[in-house]
Design a protein around this ligand. Structure first.
Ligand code: EPU
Length: 423
């Protein structure tokens, strides 16, 4: 039996939706919490997604106490933790398990773990993470799918990232919190999730300056303590719902957002003619009556247009007048959703690293596959505006990163349900 997600398109969405805590911040904050030597770290506002469950499983495997009074409140007490080799299957369920590399290396100067898994978006090397660890004085060994990274001591260094990688920036920051002296990360990524992780580490007693700019300075400290931290809202979930609203709402309010994190998306939507009002912590989107115009989108590191929103944006562009071009500069192969959307009637031409979309076209419900998380979101949006029923397979990708997506959509008036079908 396989669980599939089904959507009968055509209902106009109406009402409010509340955005959950940021997945990509949470998946770094949880491993960061093990850096505390005393006292628990209380993280509030975690999204109820399977990536968080996988990380909690890994914490428990390391003998860390994890108390979840509710899904969104996680108390992590690493007092009795042990540095066990991470050969647990959960490592390969998500990409972000690589944050245990930086955290365990920082704490124990020694980490053994399997290669991390996660969405396939084309090649996703971690060479910059490893180069950063080496610059701090670590030795990296790789043998048949497992890493061993170790050091006598870690010493602060100047590290220039060839690419502004989110993961490498956070991982090096975590490895460097206890390193002797000063570490400089140059050409660091500037994503809001990096600021969130630095903020929590500083509450724990770290000395990190410049997160959110392209130069981050970390002065090594001796110990970190427990703290209380509330996670920022998920800008990708927010963006996904705003795009959904633009595609399928009569009137919809997307609540609990930080609009500044979404500026590149909001300005694109404005350019397309989406009728919306941006308030301090919410956006209200109204029916466009079929008057959208196509636009070109180029994905870039923050504050540019997020690659994670490129896939949800594609079905909206199929509804806009004229030609739109999406150029993907972060993951040049992140176009599997286009093949699925073509099945539903989208007029998309794929050329290397780009997709050319012509609209508006009618979409039709079909049997499609969520090949990765944001592809799943893109298909849900397409399903909401398609004629007939869309049947989405491999829905576990969606559950990795969107909290209760179908429940939230149901409360907005969508006809969406899960079904177990014979494989
Ligand atoms: N890169 C390298 N070498 C490295 C690291 C990255 O060449 O050592 C390249 C990548 O191949 C990519 C670019 O640098 O072309 C940027 O990758 P980055 O390291 O910034 O990505 P990431 O940290 O692995 C995070 C998010 C992704 C999001 C990207 C880009 C998490 C857990 N994941 O991945 O989120 O797409 O940043 O913004 O934070 C998602 O949520 O669906 C998702 C895939």
């Amino acid at each position: 039996m396989e669980e599939v997600l089904k959507i009968r398109g055509g209902n106009k969405l109406k009402g409010s939706v509340r955005i959950s805590g940021s997945k990509n911040a949470t998946v770094a904050l949880i491993p960061a919490a093990i850096l505390a030597s005393t006292g628990p770290v209380a993280i509030v506002g975690a999204p109820d997604i399977s990536d968080v469950d996988s990380l909690a499983e890994l914490l428990r495997f390391l003998k860390v106490d994890v108390i979840q009074s509710s899904k969104e409140n996680i108390v992590i007490d690493p007092t009795h933790m042990e540095n066990i080799a991470l050969d647990h299957p959960a490592v390969q369920k998500l990409r972000a398990s690589y944050y245990f590399m930086g955290a365990l290396l920082g704490k124990y100067k020694n980490v053994r773990m399997k290669m991390p898994g996660g969405c396939y978006l084309g090649p996703r090397p971690i060479d910059l993470h490893l180069k950063g660890f080496e610059a701090l004085g670590a030795t990296v060994e790789y043998d048949r799918g497992s890493y061993h990274i170790f050091a006598e001591e870690l010493v602060g260094a100047k590290i220039f990232l060839d690419i502004s990688s989110v993961g490498a920036t956070i991982n090096i920051m975590m490895a460097a919190v206890f390193a002797k002296g000063r570490t400089l990360i140059e050409n660091a990524a500037k994503e809001p999730e990096i600021i969130d992780v630095a903020t929590m580490l500083n509450k724990m007693g770290a000395h990190i300056r410049g997160a959110g700019t392209n130069v981050i300075t970390i002065d090594g400290v001796e110990v970190l303590n427990g703290c209380f931290h509330e996670i920022i809202p998920d800008r990708v979930e927010a963006g996904t719902f705003i795009i959904m609203a633009a595609a399928a709402a009569e009137e919809m309010t997307v609540e609990n957002i930080i609009p500044q994190h979404l500026e590149s998306l909001l300005s694109k939507l404005q350019e397309m003619g989406v009728d919306m009002t941006v308030n301090v912590d919410n956006v209200v989107v109204r029916n466009h009556n079929g008057n959208l115009v196509g636009t070109d989108v180029q994905t870039l590191p923050y504050p540019g247009f997020a690659t994670d929103l490129q896939q949800p944006m594609t079905p909206l562009l199929t509804q806009a007048q004229g030609e739109s071009v999406i150029k993907e500069t972060i993951y040049v192969e992140r176009f599997k959703h286009c093949v699925e959307l073509q099945r539903m009637g989208a007029d998309i031409e794929m050329i290397p690293a780009s997709a050319i979309i012509n609209g508006p076209v009618k979409l039709y419900g079909d049997r499609v596959t969520a090949t990765d998380l944001r592809c799943g979101a893109s298909l849900v949006i397409a399903g909401l505006i398609a004629d007939g029923v869309t049947e989405i397979h491999d829905v576990y990708h969606i559950d990795r990163g969107y909290e209760n997506l179908d429940g939230k959509l149901k409360s907005l008036g969508a006809e969406i349900w899960r079904e177990n079908i014979d494989e």
